[in-house]
Design a protein around this ligand. Structure first.
Ligand SMILES: [Zn+2]
Length: 54
């Protein structure tokens, strides 16, 4: 599986998240952005940025 950060476009290291599921919150190891998993397809994890300012 791979996951591209929507903020910095770098690939996120998913080895820290072996049981990744939709709704899980992960952190980009490059830019530190907090991301919520919105869907998991066969080879790609899609995320959206969690707005922490609210
Ligand atoms: Zn990032």
């Amino acid at each position: 599986m791979k996951c591209i950060c929507p903020e910095c476009k770098n690939q996120i290291d998913l080895t820290k998240y072996p049981n990744l599921k939709v709704k899980y919150v992960i952190e980009c190891n490059t830019c530190g952005m907090t991301l919520e998993v919105v869907s998991i397809e066969s080879e790609e994890v899609k995320t959206e940025i969690v707005d922490e300012g609210k």
